[in-house]
Ligand binder design. Structure first.
Ligand code: PRT
Ligand code: ZN
Length: 226
């Protein structure tokens, strides 16, 4: 177990889609920071709440390891890493505590435009490229479909044209990227948005009060935005 701390640490994305909205949301909750020179760690000024600026992929692990107490991350990323842990028998180590009303997107199956989509039975024996192998494998297993999951870390949407997969499972917001690659969305695996993630067990030191206070403020701010 991680040592007791009297300051709270929140991990947010350093660069990318969730970076700016996450910081604005925390600012609206009354937090402010003295920016450190390397900009990976921001020391909290108004409250003992520090920020860690990281890759979004690292956020679930930082919470699991007790390095950070909260994180702002896409539900897609949190669920993928949670599903991957479960697949190798690890216990749940984090949970989504609040939906934050930004970063909305869907994790979808998309097939070449010329396919006539008749249903999941069609996936038998097919190769599906994705950066979400654990969510996809669980989804396929739940439907009794035997398809091959091809894990790619990026540029998933060009896999069908390259011939490395027959179809893809990827995040979609406007759908423009799919259309540009002659793909069409056919099934939704997950409705995603940015979430506040936290540990499954609240630490029993000074952080507990800070965490409760931050959740209260967050509820006020997120509800007002609705
Ligand atoms: O560097 P780091 O690892 O931190 O960032 P990243 O590149 O992994 O993540 P980033 O910043 O691209 O996305 C962070 C989070 O934003 C994701 O995990 C999602 O929760 C959320 N999000 C919301 C999206 C999108 N919308 C989205 N549209 N993430 C990715 N996309 C992709 C989509 O797959 C497509 O390739 O953006 C492209 C444009 O989408 P369309 O449908 O509008 O064309
Ligand atoms: Zn990432």
């Amino acid at each position: 177990t991680a040592p007791a701390r009297d300051r709270l640490r929140i991990a947010i994305q350093k660069n990318g889609r969730l970076a700016e909205p996450a910081r604005s949301l925390l600012t609206a909750c009354g937090l402010s920071w003295r920016q450190s020179r390397d900009k990976l760690f921001c020391y909290g000024e108004s409250l003992p709440v520090d920020l860690l600026l990281v890759r979004d992929d690292d956020i679930p692990g930082l919470i699991a390891d007790g390095v950070c107490d909260f994180g702002i991350v896409g539900r897609n990323e949190l669920d993928e890493q949670g599903a991957a842990r479960r697949r190798i028998g690890l216990p749940d180590a984090y949970q989504a505590l609040r939906g934050l009303n930004f970063g909305q997107c869907r994790l979808m199956l998309a097939v070449p435009e010329e396919w006539e989509w008749t249903g999941v039975e069609q996936l038998a024996g097919k190769r599906i490229a994705t950066s979400y192998p654990a969510i996809l494998a669980d989804w396929l297993a739940a439907r009794g479909v035997d398809a091959q999951v091809v894990e790619l870390s990026g540029s998933v949407e060009i896999a069908p044209r390259l011939g490395t997969a027959d179809l893809i499972c990827d995040l979609v917001s406007s759908g423009a990227t799919l259309a540009a690659n002659q793909l069409k969305p056919v099934e939704t695996l997950l409705e995603s948005e940015a979430v506040l993630a936290g540990p499954v067990r609240t630490p029993d030191d000074a952080r507990a009060g800070l965490m409760a206070m931050l959740l209260r403020r967050l509820d006020g701010v997120v509800n007002v935005q609705d």
